[in-house]
Design a protein around this ligand. Sequence first.
Ligand SMILES: [Zn+2]
Length: 294
Amino acid sequence: MAAYKVRIQQLDWMSPETKEKALLKLSTVIKKVGYPDKWRDYSALTITRDSYVQNAINANKYLHAYEVEKLYKPVDKTEWEMTPQTWNAYYNPSNNEIVLPAAAFIVPGVPDKYVDDAIAYGYAAGSTIGHEITHGFDDQGSQFDEKGNLSEWWTPQDRAQFLERTKLIVEQFNNYIIIDTIHVNGDATQGENIADLGGMLIGLEAFKMTDQYKEGKVIGGYTPVQRYFLGFALSWYGKYRDEAMVLRAKTDVHSPNFLRVNGPASNIQEFYDAFGIKQGDKMYVEDSLRVKIW
Ligand SMILES: [Zn+2]
């Protein structure tokens, strides 16, 4: 949150008027972390070892009844739409809240002793926490105010500036090829791509506030900033069959995993500096084409 504040204050394209509103929205983001204050009651759900199909039917009935119960009642703002065991996270614009289940903070397959600050900030602060906060300021989230109402809080000039910048990220991702001749749909994935870019920058900004960054200690041959980017990349370890990649290209609002890392990184100067990326390298992008939003 502190890192995000710094970055909003430093924006050169946003007016002081809109910045004030953005900072207000940021300061009122509700933070649900780890697990809910109020545990959900599953006692009405029967699960046995007898029948998988019956368990599925019972679960569907339970969930249906749970939703129907909500009818004509005020919205329960303490509700979690994910379980603590879910490896995922979300931003809910109608509540102006980030929800970060405990499982999102485990680096799968990596023992804690190997997770130094740089890795943790890349993995958790960048790809998850910064990502979710940025959803409050992406193409959709930015249309909701600090109370979660759909209402414009931007000056028309700032909105135009923002759209100018988001157009660039749509173009950047339209140019990426997922497989064969299939390109990313830059428009459909824009919110997620904005969140990935924002997350990578906010996580890095936050990491720069740590002692480990300031000490600059090399671990395993990697500098703190190199480790930060590697930690971010750990978030999107995964493998899909070609057919699944093709399906997801048409249906998923997220870019494919490798582009959730390479896409944002190629917009960030610290990445170029950390790994000595120069013109002619695969991930090199001309400075004038690099996307700068948050
Ligand atoms: Zn997202």
